[in-house]
Design a protein. Structure first.
Length: 142
């Protein structure tokens, strides 16, 4: 079976859309917990427990959104679905929550040195980033 792999441009646009969705989700969670999502005053920045709580809410929201949707029947985040791309394992089957969780957390390694972990998308046959390779996943076009 011949796969059509999702390239860097489609993935970048999808990622930007997903950041907006994650921010909205994290903002809602912080409102429900009674925490200001953005630091309004200097006092908000001085309280490290508040900052840590907001970081935890944001990371949990991002993980739940990305890993949950990528391992669902949709196999894609909302941004990916709009761009017509989706995540599979190497055989083209739906990736489970374990793989998509690994893919999510290792994505920070791809981002770390100025996003250089995304460079392999331009250079590899399967258009995989570092976090795709690590999790044993590919991004395909519908």
């Amino acid at each position: 079976m011949q796969f059509r792999y999702g390239g860097l441009l489609l993935r970048t646009i999808a990622g930007l859309a997903d950041i907006g969705v994650i921010w909205l989700f994290a903002w809602l969670a912080s409102v429900l917990l009674g925490l200001p999502f953005l630091a309004v005053t200097e006092d908000h920045l001085v309280d490290p427990s508040r900052v840590h709580m907001l970081i935890a809410i944001f990371l949990f929201s991002a993980w739940l959104y990305a890993a949950g949707l990528e391992s669902s029947r949709l196999q894609a985040t909302l941004g990916m679905a709009i761009m017509g791309i989706y995540v599979t394992d190497m055989a083209g089957e739906r990736a489970g929550i374990g793989r998509t969780t690994i893919r999510f957390w290792v994505r920070f390694l791809s981002l770390a040195p100025m996003g250089s972990g995304f460079l392999p998308i331009l250079l590899t046959k399967r258009r995989q980033s570092v976090h795709d390779m690590f999790a044993g996943c590919v991004v395909l076009k519908r």
